[in-house]
Design a protein around this ligand. Structure first.
Ligand SMILES: C[S@@+](CC[C@H](N)C(=O)[O-])C[C@H]1O[C@@H](n2cnc3c(N)ncnc32)[C@H](O)[C@@H]1O
Length: 228
């Protein structure tokens, strides 16, 4: 059975990058960069970038010293945009992209030095299975970094952000892509995602040793770090 998330992301794949960079005023690029700087032993690592989408984190991984990146995603549309980008930026030697559902990946146990996932985990239909699969294919002693959206916790900022995210953002999304639904989904998925200690507990339940998390930009994004 096809995962509904594949068709959802197929439908926005051509506007995904524009939407990301415009609405975040480019801050999403900074989040990806910063989140990678705190990974231990990234230099020369063989990395699996789960839910790589259009490949921005995969490219940043190579720029920050990884030897090779395997990017995987469930959406053919997102991967197609990513492959074009990688070719145009001359990263095809270091980055390969394949279609994989994170909840049942084709890689052997203990295959990668490091696993990353930016803004992907919140979208997994089977999150528990996805995290367990990441654990299985990561080498013992390997590092995991998960970057996700979160809701700010500071009073006033929390209310303002919630209002913008719930009531304004879907309208901007509609103007840019013609459809409000993916952006309403975006709000709900962030709202429902467990953050901070709750997500650290999920990492522990999947077998990882959670290390720490780094809150960015008033708590709109959080990078989680764990080890196998
Ligand atoms: C918000 S995008 C993030 C893309 C990219 N990592 C980035 O930083 O922009 C979420 C991605 O998760 C992918 N995804 C959702 N469910 C998945 C699954 N079960 N297995 C693999 N990828 C999945 C989607 O296709 C989409 O490309």
């Amino acid at each position: 059975m096809t995962d509904k998330k594949a068709s959802l992301f197929d439908s926005i794949s051509n506007s995904y990058d524009k939407f990301n960079h415009t609405l975040s005023l480019g801050i999403d690029r900074m989040w990806r960069k910063k989140s990678l700087r705190h990974i231990v032993g990234l230099k020369n690592a063989k990395v699996l970038d789960v839910a790589c989408g259009t490949g921005d984190l995969s490219i940043e991984l190579i720029k920050q010293g990884a030897a090779h990146v395997t990017g995987t995603d469930i959406s053919e549309g997102m991967i197609a945009v990513g492959r074009k980008k990688i070719e145009s930026k001359h990263f095809s030697q270091q980055i390969e992209m394949t279609i994989e559902d994170c909840s049942a990946m084709s890689f052997a146990d203990n295959s990668f030095d490091c696993i990353t996932c930016a803004f992907g985990v919140r979208n997994f239909t089977k999150r528990k299975e996805g995290l367990k699969e990441m654990y299985r294919v990561l080498k013992t002693g390997g590092q995991l970094m998960i970057l996700e959206f979160a809701m700010p916790q500071m009073p006033i900022i929390k209310q303002l952000y919630n209002f913008y995210f719930k009531h304004i953002l879907p309208h901007i999304g509609k103007l840019m892509s013609g459809d409000k639904a993916p952006y309403e989904y975006f709000y709900n998925s962030v709202k429902q995602f467990p953050q901070r200690q709750l997500f650290m507990q999920e990492l522990s339940d999947a077998g990882f040793t959670p290390k720490h998390f780094k809150v960015m930009t008033l708590g709109i994004a959080i990078a989680y770090y764990a080890e196998k």
